[in-house]
Write a protein that binds this ligand. Structure first.
Ligand code: NAD
Length: 265
């Protein structure tokens, strides 16, 4: 575990109550972290905090709403007070509205920015202010998306917000690097989660897609990247976005299997 350099570190997981957040909380706990599990669903926060405790680490559930700056500030203060500081922040919460851009209302646009981009600014700033005041060399990780790197037809407001995250981690990394704070993002491709469970149709779609690994990713595979970015293994990595997408962004629309088809013609 000392390879990660995380023994006794304190982490706040925002949206830690299920899926990628739950997996990240458990990965960090197994690597030696004490965990504050923030969620707007009390039962989810308590459940995951209980799972962390079973791994032998300290855990506190925190109920807060990421859309409310005061609620976020109170949560950061509570996490620091109860855990005895904060070294790591991972933000998971996100929402995608699927709708033709032509029909998107201003309220919907603002909601997508608030739930994906604005709250990360609010949370990361609150945590960074405290890290700087306490002279903590910390790591901040958010979950962006491949939709923030390429176009996002039918969910363009989400894509724009995620692109904002990809950019914001660079600016934060540049502004806070001399304070010893690293800031990075993980960009998932298609990941099976409690909100997006696997179905025969979704599996068939992914299998027929140009995703080189030919399968959806898992919440543990996102948690692995978040753990890497939170840990000392990535101590010289900041301002970057790691794609966890089965190679999707490395491929183009020409599926290599087309050459098999051509050979048979
Ligand atoms: N599943 C995919 O294929 C995929 C692909 C790309 C990016 N992502 C991103 O991955 C992240 C996780 O997605 P998910 O579907 O697992 O998330 P999710 O909907 O399961 O949400 C994670 C947790 O956040 C909590 N939450 C929701 N709103 C909240 C609020 N206002 N305040 C506090 N907590 C709140 C939920 O209760 C939940 O426990 C998102 O940022 C999403 O955009 C997912």
């Amino acid at each position: 575990m000392s390879l990660f350099g995380l023994d006794g570190k304190k982490a706040l997981i925002v949206g830690g109550g299920r899926g990628m957040g739950e997996a990240t909380a458990l990965h960090l706990a197994q690597a030696g972290c004490d965990i504050a599990v923030l969620d707007n669903q009390q039962d989810r926060a308590e459940l995951v905090a209980g799972e962390v405790e079973k791994l032998g680490r300290r855990a506190i559930p925190i109920v807060a709403d990421i859309l409310d700056e005061e609620s976020v500030r109170r949560a950061v203060t509570e996490a620091e007070a109860k855990l005895g500081g904060l070294d790591i922040l991972v933000t998971i919460v996100g929402q995608a509205l699927f709708k033709p851009l032509i029909d998107v209302t201003l309220d919907e646009w603002d909601s997508e920015q608030a739930r994906n981009l604005r709250y990360f600014f609010v949370t990361a700033r609150a945590v960074a202010q405290s890290m700087i005041a306490r002279d903590v060399q910390g790591s901040i990780v958010c979950i962006s998306s491949i939709d923030g790197v390429v176009g996002a037809p039918m969910h363009a407001a989400y894509g724009a917000a995620k692109a904002g995250l990809v950019h914001l981690v660079k600016s934060m990394a540049a502004e806070w690097g001399r304070n010893g704070i690293r800031v990075n993002s993980v960009a998932p491709g298609v990941i099976t989660t409690p909100r997006l469970p696997e179905t025969p149709q979704s599996l068939a779609m992914v299998e027929q897609s140009v995703i080189p690994l030919g399968r959806p990713g898992t919440t543990n595979e996102i948690a692995g990247a978040a753990l890497f970015l939170a840990s000392g293994l990535s101590s010289y990595v900041t301002g970057h976005t790691i794609m966890v997408d089965g190679g999707w962004m490395a491929s183009n629309i020409f599926d290599p299997r087309i050459f098999e088809v051509k050979k048979s013609l």
